[in-house]
Design a protein around this ligand. Structure first.
Ligand code: HEM
Length: 509
């Protein structure tokens, strides 16, 4: 079945990688981490504190698939627990049901940053490469505020034409006819836009630097192995790759921060905005890294799968094309001979947000399939009871989003692509509280939702109006088995089974 996106927006500010104690120092954490691993085999007990189903077993081994094949892990164990909450590794509770979701997303005792810190481990920290950040490392709230300052409406409206130029220029490399691997080319479009939104013109226009940045980025994303997360102190290959790539990322971004510090004329680009706020180089660099790790993969996966889903659902493809055509006709000069991306640039930001209802439904439905990772929390305050299950201070909670998104009691025929299911009258996502969590909800809704949606819409507009395209397999034929995302693929959301491509022909300049 389907894919998975990375949901660890704040992990880059995390301190020590393996702390099972709420208040521990790095040394006690290390000792505690070692102790957990070494002694876990001797404590094979079932929880007696409440009636929650406990996986038992050797904690490290039981948890292995949580890191290796997370979707399969949850699916298999929910089957055993009859869809009820269950506990594993003694201290992690897998959440299910409306009450569970409600507490998970709303309870003040549950901390998001701490949850991702131990159970995710997918984002780089400057500390990993011995860069001292104590004096200026932003906390998670400060990070969100910095991000929101970049995403103010006037700024996004100003940068919109530049994003369209960027995407158009990159798409020129595709040629006028051929075949692309969307999981490379579409991700590259999103990567380009993210660099533009988060750094400075000099970097956003330096193709070689972006390629290097991209390489480091995906090396880090792919170095998240069970060993790296469960035994973060183990000097294995994944850890080496990760440290090398983190250093590469750091040095590259620092080069551009230094360049901007020396510039005689200030600009309104993000790095200059941070400098004007008085941020240190380290804060600026970790903010840029944070934005990249919060945004690129999720947005890239969604843009990619939206194109694939449209290719296999002609009715929706037609509807989306009609809607985009009407938008361009309404907001740009119909007699204009300007190229498509320039005409799209005259559409105001509000119209992108409000006048594409079918495209919004397509994105919403695509996300129901692609966001199937798990959201993570840690109880950092008092013990709480959730639906009869005690979550002790220091314990963790994990919420696999498929529990709602693929639940047949909520979504009729959940495996089918049916964007109309959200319309008034059906409103399937309103059947239960927090039945749709692709953008988060409660205390931590996605801070980048608007920019992510805009980026996806820009890519779809340029592809749908600029090209004729079809889905093909390796042999160049429409596949017999339609692609579905691999929900265990935490990084790229690649399709299960044979690779798929988009065969295209450019129809409009
Ligand atoms: C399709 C793309 C995206 C999806 C599906 C997505 C999804 C999510 C989800 C599910 C959460 C909540 C996580 C939780 O509760 O544990 C979240 C939070 C967050 N997202 Fe996104 N996201 C996307 C794009 C972005 C982008 C582009 C950015 C930044 C530019 C971003 C920044 C954030 C931040 C900062 C938070 C944490 C908010 C807080 O702490 O209150 N996201 N996102």
């Amino acid at each position: 079945m389907a894919a998975n996106v990375t949901l660890s927006p704040l992990g880059q500010f995390l301190r020590s990688p393996s702390q099972w104690s709420v208040d521990s120092s790095p040394i006690t954490a290390l000792v505690a981490g070692l102790a957990v691993v070494l002694t876990s085999a001797f404590f094979l007990r079932l929880s007696k504190s409440d009636k929650v189903y406990d996986l038992g077993g050797i904690p490290v081994l039981t948890a292995w698939n949580f890191f290796k094949k997370r979707f399969d892990f949850f699916q298999a164990h929910f089957k055993k627990s009859n869809g009820k909450m269950f506990r594993f590794r003694h201290r992690v509770v897998a959440v299910a049901g409306e009450q569970g979701r409600k507490a998970f997303l709303n309870d003040q005792s549950l901390d998001m940053t701490q949850g991702y810190k131990i159970l995710f481990g997918g984002v780089p920290r400057l500390e990993d490469i011995n860069i001292q950040t104590r004096t200026g490392e932003p906390d998670s709230r400060a990070f969100v505020n910095r991000l929101l300052s970049l995403l103010r409406k006037e700024r996004v409206a100003d940068v919109l034409p530049v994003l369209l130029d960027d995407v158009h220029n990159r798409m020129l490399d595709w040629g006028t006819m051929g075949r692309i691997n969307p999981f490379k080319e579409v991700y590259d479009l999103v990567f380009q836009m993210t660099v533009r939104m988060a750094t400075c013109r000099e970097l956003a226009e330096d193709k070689q630097a972006i390629e290097e940045l991209r390489r480091h980025y995906f090396n880090i994303e792919q170095s998240t192995t069970p060993v790296a997360v469960l035994l973060p102190w183990f000097p294995g290959q994944a850890r080496k790759t990760r440290e090398k790539a983190t250093l590469g990322l750091y040095l590259l971004i620092r080069k551009f921060v230094t360049m901007r510090r020396k510039a005689k004329v200030p600009s309104s680009d993000p790095i200059d905005v941070f400098m004007e706020n008085g941020d240190s180089d380290e804060v600026i660099i970790s903010t840029v890294m944070g934005i990249m790790f919060a945004g690129v993969v999720n947005t890239g996966v969604t843009a990619c799968w939206a194109l694939l889903k449209l290719a296999t659902n002609p009715k929706w493809k037609e509807r989306a094309i009609e809607e985009y055509t009407a938008l361009v006709t309404k907001h740009s000069n119909t007699l204009s001979t300007e190229p498509l991306h320039k005409r799209l640039a005259s559409i105001p930001l509000n119209a992108w947000e409000d006048e594409l209802p079918s495209v919004d439904l397509v994105i919403r439905e695509t996300l129901r399939f692609t966001v199937s990772g798990s959201l993570l929390r840690r109880n950092v305050q008092k013990d709480i009871v959730v639906d009869g299950v005690t979550i002790k201070r220091g314990d963790f909670m994990a919420y696999p989003t498929f529990e709602a998104h693929m639940n047949p009691d909520i979504y009729s025929n959940p495996e089918s692509f049916d964007p109309d299911r959200y319309l008034e009258g059906r409103g399937e996502d309103k059947k239960e509280l927090f039945a749709y969590v692709a953008w988060g909800a409660g205390r931590h809704p996605c801070a980048g939702m608007k920019i992510a949606k805009l980026e996806i819409k820009l890519v779809l507009a340029l592809v749908l109006l600029g090209y004729k395209y079809d889905l093909v397999n390796e042999a160049g034929k429409y596949p017999d088995i339609l692609p579905e995302p691999d929900r265990n693929d935490l990084v790229l959301g690649m399709p299960l089974g044979e690779p798929c491509y988009l065969k295209f022909e450019r129809v409009k300049e």
